[in-house]
Write a protein that binds this ligand. Structure first.
Ligand code: HEM
Length: 198
């Protein structure tokens, strides 16, 4: 049964693609299909970043190592969807005309912060293999803590582009706050247990 879990999670993670293909085939993308596609993949990027961040808390809460097996795959899916999101913006909105895009990055703060989040995801994707974990040793953990910065940038991007925090951006902000609190709590408890060992 356990052997099937990873492929099952892989095919489930393709859900955002199934939805968009279905909506394309059945003409259900609505009056603004380009915006629909961009927003769809933007939202799913954030969801996958949160799923990746949830694996460690779930491991600690359930005392099961199973969750960690999915962390890399979910993180790579986050990068995959962020890249589709970015490419649909550049390709569908600007027809790969990079000049207005570069203008947007420097003029619109929501694009700047989203673009920065995507750039920061690149080193994490490149160093996600077991070989890189071994090569980078302690630095790997430090580098991969960037995922917290990326998640904050992702939520800021959502709040700034929405111009109001209500309603979806607020839900994402609350989930982010819970995940960051977990991180703080577990960091504190591991410092206490390290001290007790001394
Ligand atoms: C980790 C990276 C990123 C995350 C998590 C992210 C997330 C999101 C989210 C959640 C939305 C709104 C979805 C909705 O309204 O339902 C969105 C929209 C958008 N994002 Fe991103 N994004 C990222 C990177 C980028 C990049 C690199 C660009 C472009 C260079 C970009 C450009 C946009 C644009 C243009 C919109 C739509 C704005 C509109 O409605 O007019 N995003 N993104």
């Amino acid at each position: 049964m356990k052997n099937y879990l990873k492929p099952a999670v892989f095919f489930l993670s393709l859900w955002p693609i199934y939805i968009i293909v279905y909506q394309l085939i059945y003409n259900k993308l609505g009056p603004e299909p380009v915006d629909r596609i961009i927003n769809h993949f933007g939202e799913w990027t954030l969801i996958f970043i949160f799923l990746t961040l949830s694996m460690t808390p779930l491991k600690k809460i359930t005392k099961s190592l199973q969750w960690i097996k999915f962390r890399r795959m979910l993180g790579l899916f986050a990068f995959f969807y962020a890249s589709i999101h970015m490419l649909s913006y550049v390709g569908l909105d600007y027809r790969f005309d990079f000049e207005p895009l570069i203008d947007d990055v420097f003029k619109k703060k929501f694009v700047f912060v989203g673009f920065s989040a995507w750039l920061l995801l690149i080193p994490l994707a490149i160093t996600s293999s077991n070989k890189m974990v071994r090569l980078l040793k302690q630095n790997w953990k430090k580098l991969h803590s960037l995922i917290y910065v990326i998640s904050i940038f992702g939520v800021l991007h959502f709040i700034w582009l929405s111009k109001t925090i209500f309603f979806k951006p607020l839900i994402f902000l609350i989930i982010l706050a819970v995940l960051l609190l977990f991180r703080l709590k577990f960091n504190k408890s591991s410092i206490v247990s390290d001290k007790n060992k001394l």
